[in-house]
Design a protein around this ligand. Structure first.
Ligand code: GLU
Length: 364
């Protein structure tokens, strides 16, 4: 178990639905057998699947994607069931159980929930099951949504320590200005990001732009990313067992990985507010690896509680770090610019020296 590698594979709606929006049963079956062959070679797969809304709309006989959120959520509730049934039936052919996990951004923001997801995935893999994950569309309103499954899969790849994230879509990879696939990207520069455009599909929510965002997030966390065509036969074994490279677009990963806790702060938690600091504090954080003290704080924006993640910006509003605040925004508004010795008279109690401890702070 210990020597097994781990990949996260994300399948987009366009890969597993056919023209009439029904789930493409043969494609799902093919995907399952590809995953089974990879698992046989010692690589565990965590599958992120879209398709619930599309399948639900098809089952309900709806020709157009409705605007109404409740209707979309109802479609997801119906479609998710159908989707899982197919996966579970096809994995039975390989005597493999599947475990459904439905997540929202909120589950990643809360460290305890985050660790629970991690432990559940570990336990599923340990028992030879394939975790199958989707956004919990029936409860996910705008504020708590991951947004799209590209982002969700980048969060999961980081959480479970995958060495690779594969985003399967209906194009051959990232296309250059000449319309040809770019096989290898060493850095997502401004020009590369521009190639992502703003494409959006009608049934899924992502597009090349969200895939590039996901690639950017995971490569920074030390995980390689591949965008490839999920409609191609045996695309997964080709990428994973035959060296890949020639299949789709591979994004090279950055050198190091943060420690697990810092990775969670950097990539998974969403910020609830902003702390703007003066030049002295900026240089203490950036150049001297120090904690943030109240004396260097210029102003506070947003409402946050102790333990929430916040952006740290310089005096020009440029974000350069992110961290977990030991104080609420209300308390910080009172103690900003002060030394710890004055906290008691203002807050009515003693307080910690550090507003953000260096262990809970990541430079961006
Ligand atoms: N969770 C949505 C679904 O299952 C898809 C979201 C996406 O395509 O990114 O239909």
């Amino acid at each position: 178990m210990k020597n097994r590698k781990r990949v996260v594979v994300k399948v987009g709606t366009k890969v597993i639905t056919s023209g009439d929006r029904a789930l493409d049963i043969e494609r799902v079956k093919g995907l399952v057998s590809q995953i089974a062959s990879i698992r046989d070679k010692g690589i565990d797969v965590i599958l992120i699947t879209s398709g619930a809304i599309g399948a639900g709309l098809w089952l309900l006989g709806m020709k157009k994607r409705p605007e109404d959120l409740a209707m979309l959520q109802a479609s997801a509730a119906i479609g998710q069931n159908h989707l899982m049934h197919l996966y579970s039936e096809f994995f039975k052919n390989f005597k493999t159980n599947v475990g459904q996990i439905l997540l929202t951004q909120e589950d990643f923001n809360d460290r305890t929930r985050y660790l629970n997801i991690k432990h559940t995935i570990e336990a599923l893999l340990e028992h030879g099951a394939v975790p199958i994950i989707n956004e919990n569309d029936t409860v996910a309103t705008e504020e708590i949504r991951c947004g799209d499954n590209d982002r969700l899969s980048s969060l999961v790849a980081d959480l479970c320590g995958a060495y690779k994230l594969i985003l399967l879509t209906d194009v051959d990879g990232l296309l250059g200005a000449d319309g040809k696939v770019i096989n290898f990207v060493s850095e997502i520069t401004h020009d590369i990001a521009k190639l992502g455009g703003k494409s959006q599909s009608e049934l899924g929510t992502g597009g090349m732009a969200t895939k590039l965002e996901a690639a950017r997030a995971v490569t920074r966390a030390g995980i390689e990313c591949v965008i490839a065509n999920g409609k191609k036969k045996d695309v997964l074994p080709r990428i994973l067992l035959e060296g890949g490279g020639f299949e789709g677009t591979t994004f090279k990963c950055g050198a190091g990985r943060y420690l697990a806790r810092k990775r969670w702060i950097a990539f998974s938690s969403t910020t609830k507010g902003e702390i703007s600091v003066d030049d002295g504090a900026r240089s203490a954080l950036k150049d001297k690896n120090k904690s943030l003290l109240a004396s260097g704080i210029l102003c506070i924006n947003g409402y946050f509680k102790p333990g929430d993640a916040v952006k740290i910006t310089d005096k020009n509003g440029k974000e350069f770090a992110k961290g977990l605040s030991n104080y609420s925004s209300w308390d910080l508004a009172k103690i900003k610019g002060m030394r710890t010795s004055s906290f008691k008279s203002v807050l009515g109690r003693e307080g910690r020296d550090e507003v953000i401890h260096k262990d809970n702070l990541v430079l961006l």
